[in-house]
Design a protein around this ligand. Structure first.
Ligand code: ATP
Length: 136
């Protein structure tokens, strides 16, 4: 469709989103960016965070665990190590992951353990935020 943009969010396990949308907003490495149809092409790394898109006036939310986005005039492709739509997020699991990561942060014995725990905490917080946004 002329005024729509194809959004594909893909992980090694599955295709999480494949939709004709009106706008995509994603957590770029250099800050959040929005893409509409006919955007100038670019490629960016993504941060762990929230991707949202609007389709026919309805906004939907996806937790993105980093990865890359390719923006083309008629298509946005996101390749991420993991991603879940708000409605697919297991909140109890994310809360447990958050608590585990906080404990690992307190008990970390070196920089690597600390960095791993920090990344796990970021993933859990992103999932909790997106799940909450999606349930409103
Ligand atoms: P956990 O410690 O709970 O496994 P994690 O951050 O280590 O969390 P990931 O490595 O990012 O998990 O993801 C592994 C797989 O599990 C992916 O397929 C991801 O989509 C899925 N996943 C992880 N956490 C959740 C969740 N809370 N709800 C739904 N799917 C999840």
């Amino acid at each position: 469709m002329a005024n729509k943009l194809l959004l594909e969010v893909v992980t090694p396990e599955r295709k999480v989103v494949s939709e004709e949308v009106d706008i995509v907003v994603a957590p770029g490495e250099l800050g959040e960016f929005g893409a509409l149809v006919r955007h100038v092409p670019f490629l960016t790394k993504l941060k762990i965070g929230e991707l949202r898109f609007k389709k026919d006036g309805v906004e939907r939310y996806v937790a993105i665990m980093g990865g890359y986005a390719e923006v083309l005039p008629d298509k946005v492709t996101v390749l991420a190590p993991a991603a879940e739509e708000a409605t697919d997020i297991d909140v109890i699991r994310a809360r447990a992951a958050k608590e585990r990561a906080e404990r690992r942060l307190r008990e970390a014995k070196d920089k690597l353990e600390f960095a791993r725990a920090q990344a796990a905490l970021q993933r859990a917080l992103a999932r909790l935020k997106v799940a909450e946004r999606g349930s409103r």
